[in-house]
Ligand binder design. Structure first.
Ligand SMILES: Nc1ncnc2c1ncn2[C@@H]1O[C@H](COP(=O)(O)OP(=O)(O)O)[C@@H](O)[C@H]1O
Ligand SMILES: [Mg+2]
Length: 347
């Protein structure tokens, strides 16, 4: 297993630059585009490391990667966690990790999933809309609990707009959350659970100008804000176990509030992130892949597992406690941006 591979879809700039950079930096592990022509159960691949940029869209690749992981490949990101994650769970874990997130409610899909009937939902009561609207307030965001690329993201100002938008969401399970009225917004790459690049980002600009932004906070306050953001980025990625991710924060009253941190194949296109950010992410990803390839143990589990999973396994008495920090106990203050709880369902 002496190779480093990258598995990708329609993107054009990052994969080639990544391969070139890994090969420039060393010759022990040859980097290349992953090539697949036969996938057999429990048969290892030639790859010490595979960077996965596409399996969210290709279930065949996800199954290939799990088999590769079982037989010793360090797959980035962990394909098992990536099959399990979604934004609602990630938000809930963020609360327990002490990272502020918007007040958020989970909504059942507006339409029933295929092959279900009224009887499939006998456990589900009417949503307590008054309680939800009071708790979340307006404006609010509604977006898929497992989604990306700004698809089906709605900003709503009142219940009428919310119900109209909800009607358009079909079988998507939705998050309903308070809109954060921000003075600064950042998007942060986190690579290998240690390298962090904080990129000022203006989501209200047209796509090609979103990274052409600067923080409004400067001086000591700016430094403190950046330090807090870095700390939160690392907490989230250690908790969730992503090797390659982006985290977005909206800053309100000086507090960074995590908006979107479930991006295991984050945009890394030179045309959207710009040359300097692109160079940083290529370099950091190349370094991570080479380091991981050097640490791979043949036939072993070489995946990264977040502290959530490791602590769960440890609690079950299977392995010793992980060295890294544990999620805070439930007794500590929760990190929702506002503590008020929804009123009990009236029914
Ligand atoms: N709670 C929120 N408050 C303020 N802005 C939000 C909120 N949720 C989403 N947004 C805006 O919508 C954009 C898309 O939402 P996001 O959660 O990042 O979804 P996606 O995974 O599709 O990128 C964000 O970049 C941000 O500008
Ligand atoms: Mg986003």
């Amino acid at each position: 297993m002496k190779k480093i591979g990258i598995l990708f879809g329609q993107e054009n700039t990052f994969p080639q630059a990544f391969v070139d950079r890994v090969n420039e930096k060393q010759s022990k592990f040859k980097a290349e585009f992953v090539h697949i022509d036969q996938v057999e159960q429990s048969v290892p691949t030639d790859y010490a490391v595979i960077i996965d940029r596409i399996s969210q869209d290709v279930p065949f690749y996800k199954a290939f990667l799990k088999n590769a992981a079982l037989t010793g490949t360090a797959v980035i990101n962990n394909p098992f966690w990536w099959s399990a994650d979604e934004k609602f769970f990630n938000n809930a874990l963020a609360v327990q990790l002490g990272v502020p997130v918007p007040k958020t409610i989970l909504l059942p899909s507006k339409e029933r999933p295929d092959d279900t009937t009224h009887n499939s939902f006998r456990n589900l009561g009417h949503m307590n809309w008054d309680g939800i609207f009071n708790h979340i307030g307006f404006p609010a965001f509604m977006k898929p609990h497992a989604g990306g690329g700004w698809k089906s993201v709605y900003k709503v100002d009142n219940p009428e707009q919310m119900f109209k938008a909800y009607d358009e969401t079909g079988q998507l399970v939705m998050l309903y959350q308070e809109a954060i009225d921000f003075t600064d917004y950042v998007r942060c790459y986190c690579i290998g659970g240690k390298e962090v690049l904080i990129m000022p980002y203006e989501p209200r600009n047209p796509h090609h100008l979103r990274y052409a932004s600067e923080l409004t906070v400067t001086g000591d306050a700016g430094k403190k804000l950046l330090a807090t953001i870095k700390d939160y980025v690392l907490k989230l990625n250690h908790g969730l176990g992503y090797d390659f991710n982006t985290v977005e924060f909206a800053v309100r009253d000086g507090i960074p509030i995590a908006i979107d941190f479930c991006n295991p194949a984050p945009d890394a296109d030179i045309h959207s992130v710009g040359q300097a950010n692109f160079d940083w992410v290529v370099e950091a990803a190349a370094n991570m892949a080479i380091e991981r390839a050097g640490k791979v143990q043949k036939g072993k589990d070489n995946l990264t597992w977040g502290t959530f999973v490791r602590n769960s396994v440890q609690a079950a008495g299977v392995v010793p406690a992980p060295a890294e920090e544990k999620p805070k106990s439930k007794k500590e203050p929760k990190a929702e941006a506002n503590e008020e709880k929804p009123k009990k369902s009236k029914k």
